[in-house]
Design a protein around this ligand. Structure first.
Ligand SMILES: [Zn+2]
Length: 363
């Protein structure tokens, strides 16, 4: 029998091997040996363990070298472990059933009525899940989330809403509840093209505005940043939260969610009112980001949701407002851009949050 220390090491290595294949896709044993810094026979033993448990399989894959001899690839068995993910928006629940390795096995969507509560969202989720057996289930909600409770969501109009309890009641299983912005950051880091970012910030633009952070690809503990309620105009317009001059109120985020496309098209056609609205909104956004960048010091910011369109049409205003409100040292290495996964980041990130928990559990 193996000594406990040896068994512990083997378990850690097994988790590392599975994580490597889940994130990076099929690889040869030689590639795995190099990526994980383990020797060939160790990789062979770990792969055999994980094949026996049904997580991995070996297939004849791509040709390598001048001889063109096909090499054996090690890959995840998608259906061996699956995660259910939902993303709540003001008008719908989006669902994805994702297998090990990131393959989407099933997806769906149901409408959500205006001012729907947690029970309606949970019922829609149960219907989309349709009794599927999953190892983890994760819900991404735009707003302030702690435990299973949504403290505040401008998008859903929720305050102190226990979504975790409603989901458990409707589906008979435990759900992790995360905020959509943080899920967006995790999704872009693991499946988008932001895997190099150490401190990645994802801005989620819906009916409310939030920002989430992934540090080395992992959700930063604590709540998301309530970007929409940073005061950018003291004594300004009244916000739905009760304060005045919040970014959400000054930008008219509620209206922009539906009107961003028509506004950007009008601006492109030379409509001066539309141009001015975009410029001012870009300026306010840059000002709010100045406070966030000063506090958090991200190395990359992704403009998600409708903020993508706003950023593309007002990047100069965003950058100059940011320049007025942050230290040059904090701006020098900062990259601003749009997310590679488009609108899919939060849903993909919710699934990845589930896989992270599964792989952590194996260590
Ligand atoms: Zn507010």
């Amino acid at each position: 029998m193996a000594r406990p220390a040896t068994e512990e090491l083997r378990r850690r290595n097994r988790a590392a091997l599975l994580e490597q294949l889940h994130r990076h896709g099929p690889q040869t044993r030689a590639e795995l040996t190099e990526a994980l810094g383990l020797n060939r026979s160790t990789i062979g033993g770990l792969a055999a363990d994980l094949s026996e448990s049904g997580h991995l399989q070996e297939t004849t894959g791509r040709s390598t070298g001048s001889a063109g001899r096909p090499s054996t690839l090690v890959e995840c068995v998608a259906k061996s472990v699956s995660v259910a993910a939902v993303e709540l928006r003001f008008d719908r629940v989006r669902f994805a059933l994702t297998g090990l390795g990131g393959e989407v096995l099933d997806r769906g969507e149901l409408p959500l009525e205006a001012s729907a509560g947690a029970d309606a969202a949970a019922a829609a989720t149960a219907s989309l899940l349709d009794g599927a057996e999953v190892a983890e289930a994760v819900a991404a909600v735009p707003g302030l989330v702690s435990g299973g409770v949504v403290g505040h969501s401008s998008e859903l109009g929720w305050d102190g809403t226990d979504l975790g309890a409603a989901l458990a009641e409707a589906t008979g299983r435990k759900w992790r509840v995360t905020d959509a912005a943080t899920a967006g950051a995790v999704g872009e880091w693991s499946r988008g093209d932001a895997g190099e970012a150490r401190n990645l910030m994802y801005l989620h633009g819906g009916r409310g505005l939030t920002a989430g952070i992934a540090v080395e690809g992992r959700a930063r503990p604590g709540s998301s940043i309530q970007l929409g309620h940073i005061v950018v105009e003291p004594g300004g317009r009244e916000c739905r939260c009760g304060m005045r001059g919040c970014l959400e109120a000054e930008m008219g985020a509620f209206g922009f969610t539906e009107a961003i496309e028509t506004t950007t098209v009008a601006a492109d056609l030379g409509d001066t009112k539309a141009r001015e609205a975009l410029r001012r909104s870009g300026q306010y956004l840059g000002r709010a980001l100045g406070a966030v960048v000063t506090a958090v010091g991200p190395d990359e910011i992704l403009f998600g949701g409708w903020l993508r369109e706003l950023y593309l049409s007002s990047a100069a205003a965003v950058r100059s407002a940011l320049a007025e409100t942050t230290l040059p040292q904090l701006r020098s290495g900062l990259r601003l851009r749009t997310p590679a996964l488009g609108a899919e980041g939060p849903l993909i990130g919710a699934a990845e949050t589930g896989f992270e928990a599964i792989i952590d559990e194996m260590r």
